[in-house]
Design a protein around this ligand. Structure first.
Ligand SMILES: Cc1ncc(COP(=O)(O)O)c(C=O)c1O
Length: 499
């Protein structure tokens, strides 16, 4: 591949962009009220028109006005079936009844019962320590970002060390990014970033930095869109990281904010690897803000205000009775071990059905992921380990793959919305974090709509297939899509350290 390869050389990409432009124009015409709402939000003074960067997309995001179960209604009156699931936070659909009732009861019982302990927090804590054997003790927060911040601070306090290691491209919250993704808001401690996937390299990096390394924080299933495999890391890989952290005296933190939904005891149970600290959030609040973290006494006891070296871990709303009532309702009604296992098994069947359909239509896409966390990846070029001749080639393949991944995702998203009233992730990525409220008929509807997409955009997809023929001769199992991060790791951490 020439070093100045550029995506404009791809006729497939041009055709996909043209097809998407037609649907985007339709979208603009069909959604004047959402357009207006976004304009108003900007005019009202919300910087950028949204309080949550991830929900913005071009030309403007849809505004929802009401919703129930798996159906949302837009400002322009379209009813859409939700396969996005609020980027994992909407696991139980919109305003699930048990949560609604629990919240009303908590409100009637005296709002947050502020300024004193309440009875709900201990009951919720017991649910977590029962489900997660790696945790003797927990602490709650309001978001996943806070949970990860607390866990990292805990590791730094207990080890007395400073640095934190994570994957390049990782997302652990609004101010905890790995590598190039880090911005001016990021936490000030020194970060060392490593690429996902090479246990030997990471083990060497841990050993080399052991003297001042407080923690390695990772998701046990790589899930960030920047590392879009969403695939369970192999247990042997995680085990090697586990052992290396032990030898280096640093904490292994599993960020299970998203992945805990994959098994009753989280991804750690699914994969059989025990972290020192675990963090969670998102869906546990059934739609309300919630986060938490926990581990064994050795790591957590310093949160005891009576401990001689207590970490002063405040947080006005960390034990508010309303969100905790919602979490309790989730455990009691919506997320038993059986409900969790069945939902993930159903999602695995859905993934297989998507892939069978794609194979049948010779379509250049596959659903990747684990359990109820799926992404449909549109591949111009299936990138495998053997393509890594050198970093330059790797970088070029990344850029080429990235363009098609995103442009085809956009085409698919607008098609599914416009033609079939389906929310297939976001136009930036067909990220399907499946809610439990989806019915069998919704899954059938999705598959039928997808088959129609393959027919409607046969020409563009055939062009894409032709351009990816070599790669597509591999089976999905052989295919290792690369992480999009391209920063080569240098063992001294040079060039990859973020302050
Ligand atoms: C893996 C992971 N960790 C942490 C967070 C942060 O959670 P919150 O948005 O609740 O702060 C997210 C949010 O997307 C996440 O995906």
């Amino acid at each position: 591949m020439s070093s100045n390869h550029n995506h404009n050389e791809s006729p497939a990409l041009t055709a996909i962009q043209q097809a998407a432009a037609v649907l985007i124009e339709e979208y603009v015409n069909a959604n004047p009220k959402s357009a207006e709402a976004f304009k108003d939000a900007k005019a009202s003074g919300i910087a950028g028109g949204t309080n949550r960067a991830s929900i913005f997309y071009n030309p403007f995001p849809l505004t929802f006005v009401n919703a129930s179960e798996a159906t949302a209604v837009t400002a322009d009156g379209q009813q859409i079936t939700d396969f996005l699931g609020n980027y994992t936070a909407g696991l139980f659909g919109f305003s699930p009844d048990p949560v609604k009732l629990a919240v009303i009861k908590a409100m009637e019982n005296g709002h947050a019962l502020g300024g004193a302990p309440n009875l709900t927090e201990a009951r919720v804590a017991k649910q977590f320590t029962k489900r997660f054997p790696s945790m003797d003790m927990v602490r709650f927060s309001n978001t996943g970002t806070e949970a990860n911040s607390y866990a990292i601070h805990t590791a730094r306090a207990v080890t007395g060390k400073n640095k934190v290691m994570m994957y390049d491209g990782a997302y652990h919250g609004a101010w905890i990014h790995g590598g190039k993704a880090a911005g001016p808001l990021d936490t000030p401690y020194e970060k060392i970033t490593v690429p996902y996937g090479d246990a030997d390299l990471i083990a060497r990096a841990i050993a080399k930095n052991a003297v001042d390394l407080a923690a390695l924080i990772i998701e046990p299933v790589s899930i960030s869109p920047m590392v879009y495999l969403k695939k369970a890391s192999p247990p042997a890989y995680l085990q090697k990281l586990r052992e290396t952290c032990d030898a280096a005296g640093c904490a292994l933190i599993f960020d299970e904010v998203m992945t805990s939904r994959l098994a009753p005891g989280g991804a750690q149970a699914l994969l059989g690897i025990t972290p020192d600290l675990t963090t969670f959030g998102k869906y546990y609040g059934g739609g309300l803000p919630f986060g938490g973290f926990g581990g064994k006494r050795k790591w957590m006891e310093r949160h005891d205000p009576a401990h001689p070296k207590s970490i002063n871990s405040g947080g006005t709303f960390n034990q508010n009775a309303i969100c905790l009532a919602a979490v309790e309702a989730v455990f009691e009604n919506l997320w038993s071990e059986e409900q969790c296992t069945n939902h993930n098994a159903k999602a695995e069947r859905f993934k297989r059905a998507i892939n069978e359909l794609a194979i049948k239509h010779d379509a250049p896409c596959r659903a990747y992921g684990t359990g109820s966390l799926l992404t449909i990846i549109w591949q111009k070029q299936v990138v495998t380990e053997e393509h890594y001749a050198d970093n330059q080639t790797k970088h070029e393949l990344n850029l080429v793959a990235k363009m098609c991944v995103f442009k085809c995702a956009e085409l698919f998203w607008f098609y599914m919305l416009q033609r079939h009233n389906i929310l297939a992730g976001s136009p930036k990525l067909n990220y399907l974090t499946l809610p439990t409220t989806l019915k069998d008929s919704d899954y059938d509807h999705f598959l039928k709509a997808m088959a129609k997409f393959f027919e409607a955009h046969k020409t563009e997809l055939a062009m894409l297939s032709a351009e990816t023929k070599a790669g597509l001769e591999k089976t999905p199992e052989e295919v290792e899509l690369i992480a999009m991060s391209t920063t080569p790791y240098d063992e001294n951490g040079q060039g990859s350290v973020v302050h």
